[in-house]
Design a protein around this ligand. Structure first.
Ligand code: GCO
Length: 500
């Protein structure tokens, strides 16, 4: 989905923004000059040379023993069964049913029918050699109206799923919220309302009671930025609002919800670990001297989430009327954070989950510019070294915390069912190499989940963008592993990534 311009940097932010421009400028020029003429334009990705000049070693790059190799999905994107067993409507059911919101009029029905076919998919995971599987719980399956007692049939489904994963020796990563807010809570104000954060904590407690015995990793909120910005400011996602002040409120209340759920996890004494999933994109000032535009974009797209969660404070340059900022009222946003909120938001975590797709550039004004080739997802500028830059930035700018990459991937070049995906093999190879490089430079990176296990419902793109390691025929629900699935399986077996 459209990712707004972004920003973090490879080096400590201020240092990077001053120095990185020359690198970025070189990269920007490299991307635009005839030298790139051999690389076809458009989605076919041929890895551009790393701007730093770094080259992978000739021998395979090994990962630490116990490194977690996984794949990820989310409930609304794969489950289908949108009215089964008492499930209530979510904002995505409502949004997708509105004319013109989703390509082809698609909805989350049938998706990949994983609600019924999860045992078959676990066999696929076993064949791949996955050590972990990330999925999300559909809140309206657990509480059809977002409040009140648990729906036993909904809880039972996820109990069966985690037990089947355990039987297969696959560690669950359970996402509590992946954007499918119960519609009844939206009708009561949604994330514009502080009450929704409290409802989320109650929902989380139900799940910790039901599944807290499972040795699992828990992710409280998936990409609060995308849900706040694309769902409440741009309007391209559910609930389809276009109000920056509501988006700002959705930022704070999702982060408050995250903190309350984290405390509920501790209070419950649940097994496993808990973290949050933030999508972060290294962007680069294309002007080596005037980096103010990139600074603002970095604030609105990255520090607005990293700082409260990891440092217990909001940045002071994320919200305002300058290009690159979230154009909400700074005073109104500041008033949302009541005394004690930031202590809750920054409740200690066991890991930081990051979701990495690509890079972008930023001009001195604060506008996004293209500095790398895009995939079939027009917002995705593909540059593997951006992952290294991001990981080093986190190492240098934030307190040390275990890091897990919980989404990383590329869509197929066409919307047609595809099994031969050399571009995905190269995407994964080059990104695994950068991950190994970062580990070698002291980043506490503990695992990597590919987005996605299966072709699935790609939000406003419907079924026209296929991100899976495994192809899905949505008419027959037949699964077919792609070439990249075999490549990934080899990486997992070796716990190492070989050069091309
Ligand atoms: C996200 C979401 C996924 C998307 C994936 C591809 O990261 O935006 O978590 O649901 O499908 O990123 O756009």
């Amino acid at each position: 989905m459209p990712q707004p311009a972004v920003a973090p940097s490879a080096l400590p932010r201020r240092t990077f923004l001053a120095l990185g421009g020359s690198t970025a400028l070189a990269a920007a020029l490299a991307a635009c000059t005839p030298a790139g003429a051999g690389a076809p334009a458009g989605p076919t990705i041929t890895p551009t040379p790393n701007p730093s000049g770094w080259l992978p070693p000739a021998e395979p790059m090994a990962f630490p023993k116990g490194y977690v190799w996984g794949a990820a999905t989310s409930a609304y994107q794969v489950e289908g069964a949108t009215t089964a067993d008492g499930r209530g409507p979510s904002v995505w059911d409502t949004f997708a049913a509105r004319y013109g919101t989703v390509k082809g009029g698609a909805t989350g029905e049938p998706a990949a029918d994983q609600y019924r076919r999860y045992a078959e998919d676990i066999e696929l995971m076993t064949d791949l050699g996955l050590g972990a599987y990330r999925f999300s719980v559909s809140w309206p399956r657990i509480q059809p109206t977002g409040t009140g007692p648990a729906n036993p049939a909904g809880v039972d489904h996820y109990r069966r799923l985690v037990d089947a994963l355990g039987d297969a020796g696959i560690r669950p990563m359970i996402t509590l919220f992946h954007w499918d807010l119960p519609q009844a809570l939206q009708d009561a104000g949604g994330w514009a309302s502080r009450d929704t954060a409290q409802r989320f904590a109650e929902y989380a407690a139900i799940l910790f009671d039901a599944l807290g015995d499972v040795e699992a990793d828990w992710m409280t909120v998936n990409e609060p930025k995308t849900h706040a910005f694309v769902g409440h400011w741009y309007g391209g996602h559910a609930p389809g609002l276009r109000d920056p002040d509501v988006a700002a409120a959705a930022v704070h209340h999702q982060l408050l919800a995250h903190g309350l759920a984290t405390r509920a996890f501790r209070d419950h004494g649940a097994s496993g670990r808990i973290g949050i999933g933030l999508n972060l994109l290294p962007a680069y000032s294309i002007d080596p001297v005037n980096t103010r535009g990139a600074e603002r974009v970095d604030a609105s797209e990255n520090r607005l989430f990293l700082d409260p969660v990891l440092l217990g404070r909001y940045p002071d340059d994320a919200i305002g009327s300058a290009p690159g900022q979230l154009p909400a009222d700074p005073a109104a946003f500041a008033a949302l954070a009541l005394p004690g909120d930031l202590e809750v938001v920054s409740s200690p975590l066991d890991f930081l989950a990051i979701q990495y797709y690509g890079v972008t550039g930023v001009d001195p004004i604060g506008n996004q510019v293209e500095i790398a080739p895009t995939s079939a997802a027009s917002w995705q500028q593909v540059r593997a070294e951006g992952l290294y830059d991001l990981l080093i930035r986190l190492r240098d700018d934030y307190p040390s915390i275990p890091i897990v990459i919980t989404e990383n991937g590329i869509p197929d070049e066409t919307s047609a069912l595809t099994v031969d995906d050399p571009y995905r093999v190269e995407f994964l190879r080059t990104h695994f190499q950068q991950a190994a490089r970062a580990i070698g430079d002291g980043v506490p990176l503990e695992g990597h989940y590919v987005w996605s296990l299966l072709d699935n419902f790609e939000w406003a793109e419907g079924y026209d963008q296929r991100w899976g390691l495994v192809a899905v025929d949505f008419d027959t629900q037949e699964r077919t592993p792609k070439r990249s699935a075999g490549f990934y399986s080899d990486v997992i077996a070796a716990n190492a990534v070989a050069p091309a």
